[in-house]
Design a protein. Structure first.
Length: 197
């Protein structure tokens, strides 16, 4: 399995992202932009795609597959793409506050700590649907890791499209998120323009 091992803060600087979008507390030190060349339209489109891939931790081939599926669905392709990325199981675990970062959420899912509707799921890319109940396995709820995570993410707000019980580490997907509810700084229309060339 391929893994992107680029240092997070270095990648954030190159993409112009705040580390907070990834759940990282560290502040990136901004360097003065000296002698930067003007970025072409293609360069801007590519940067938006790289941002989305980096935030959600998706590599090129799966990302292209998400785009193709989003293109075949009804509605706007860009919005469909963002909804599909947002409803990945690893992202849902992150949004529910069961992990500090999306990378940690992916690891929690990989290690079979998460159940969906009572079934253990270890696929980070699993698409959750409205009505699904996502929970931490009962046998894993009392381990120190989740106690530490609860303290670390205590102030984080959960999105409106999910209902979370932080004490019992369970949550329910109420509806698919709308684009306005996805607080990710990505211009999905540029991604659509890039792929439709």
């Amino acid at each position: 399995m391929a893994i992107d091992k680029t240092p997070i803060l270095k990648r954030c600087r190159s993409l112009g992202l705040e580390p907070a979008f990834l759940g990282v507390d560290k502040k990136s030190r901004r360097k003065k932009e000296v002698g930067r060349r003007k970025v072409s339209e293609y360069g801007q489109q590519l940067k938006e795609k790289q941002k989305a891939k980096f935030i959600y931790g998706v590599l090129e081939k799966p990302f292209r597959n998400y785009y193709d599926k989003a293109d075949m669905m009804k509605g706007m392709t860009g919005e469909n793409l963002m909804v599909m990325l947002e409803t990945r199981l690893d992202n849902v675990v992150f949004r529910m506050g069961y992990a500090r970062t999306r990378r940690e959420a992916r690891q929690v899912v990989d290690h079979k700590f998460i159940t969906v509707n009572g079934r253990t799921i270890n696929l980070p890319g699993y698409q959750v649907k409205p009505g699904d109940v996502v929970a931490v396995k009962e046998s894993k709820r009392n381990i120190q890791r989740f106690k530490d995570i609860k303290d670390a993410v205590a102030g984080r707000t959960t999105p409106e499209w999910m209902d979370v019980d932080s004490e019992n580490l369970t949550g329910k997907i109420l509806a698919l998120p709308k684009r306005e509810q996805i607080d990710v700084p990505v211009d999905e229309m540029m991604i659509v323009e890039l792929y439709s060339k």
